[in-house]
Design a protein around this ligand. Structure first.
Ligand code: ADE
Ligand code: ZN
Length: 326
């Protein structure tokens, strides 16, 4: 339809994407085979049947199990390259993506194996596909502060390859304040900061992310709408929210895409963007997310354009680079 072609045609940036969340079942079986690892499923359709979640934790359990097939630098390279090829076809011109080192280092995979594979693919993508990128190292908030500090330490030799640190995994009962000291140190080391907040957790976690972790963007942030003062602050400072429509639907953050608040967020002048989060698990990459939300909310071309423009505005490209993407 014309709205699909319109979405395919506009330049976009993706700002909320976990590289581990791009592990398609086909690739999972290929890695399992070459690494001699057993997966819990017989075939691809069995895997897809298992991807039904009632909340964030049910998803995370399956997502961390999936990551067990990632062993070698080549695996991380191939995973990242497959994602780049996908978004290239969707007119995504710039990406700022997460990786979760602790998911791998806790299994005995060296930090450098993970980052070398991802970095090589991203460099290759910039050179061969023209996709510019930034890399965000995300701490797992269900683990303790000491583990996050250790991860920060491991990242320091690779500082030039990493733009920002983030915070993800099980949100409830793991408030941003738990990582205030790690984020302070990260800022001292020159990293920008972001955090998942207000996906399942309360609006107070968004305040903490802003005030204690000094974040540049909020990942998700849906629940800001419960707090009028917070909305005012986010609007006034134009703090970007990286919204993930299909993720919100699959993790039951919204019960129906027709109830998704992104249109009213736009109307409130919140700097909202559309992203895919974990596309292999939630059924869609960037354009599928744009198309699903545009259809459900009957978005105008103007609203769709505003969302895409917001993604470039909210990125960490410099102003000249932003101009080129418009
Ligand atoms: N890790 C991967 N995707 C996530 C999400 N949507 N929320 C928290 N942690 C995640
Ligand atoms: Zn996420």
């Amino acid at each position: 339809s014309s709205i699909e072609q319109f979405i395919e045609g506009i330049p976009k940036a993706e700002l909320h994407l976990h590289i581990e969340g791009t592990l398609e079942p086909e690739l999972m079986f290929a890695f399992a085979k070459r690494n001699n690892i057993k997966v819990n499923y017989e075939n691809v359709s069995e895997v897809k049947k298992a991807y039904q979640f009632n909340n964030l934790q049910e998803f995370l359990d399956i997502y961390y199990a999936g990551a067990n097939v990632l062993i070698t630098e080549q695996d991380f390279y191939d995973l990242t390259w497959a994602y780049l090829i996908k978004v290239k076809k969707q007119n995504v011109l710039h990406i700022e993506i997460f990786f979760d080192p602790q998911t791998h280092t806790d299994r005995g995979i060296p930090f450098e194996t993970v980052i070398n594979g991802i970095h090589k693919a991203l460099e290759h993508g910039e050179e061969k596909l023209g996709i510019s990128y930034r890399l965000i190292m995300s701490f797992l908030r269900h683990l303790d502060e000491a583990s996050a500090f250790k991860t920060l330490e491991q990242s320091l030799p690779y500082k030039d390859w990493i733009t920002a640190v983030g915070l993800d995994s099980s949100e409830l009962n793991n408030p941003p304040s738990k990582f205030q000291r790690v984020f302070n140190k990260s800022i001292e080391e020159g990293y920008i900061t972001v955090a998942h907040a207000g996906e399942e957790g309360p609006a107070s976690y968004i305040w903490e992310a802003l005030d204690l972790l000094k974040v540049d963007r909020i990942d998700h942030g849906n629940r800001c709408l419960e707090d009028e003062k917070l909305v005012k602050r986010l609007v006034k400072n134009q703090v970007p929210l990286t919204i993930c429509p299909l993720s919100n639907l699959e993790l039951k953050v919204v019960t129906n895409l027709k109830d998704h608040p992104i249109a009213s967020m736009l109307a409130k002048n919140l700097l909202v963007t559309v992203n895919s989060d974990d596309p292999a698990y939630f059924g869609g990459y960037m354009n599928e997310n744009y198309i699903a939300i545009a259809r459900a909310l009957d978005l105008s071309k103007r609203q769709i354009t505003d969302l895409a423009k917001n993604s470039i505005k909210a990125s960490w490209l410099d102003d000249t680079q932003k101009e080129k993407l418009k």
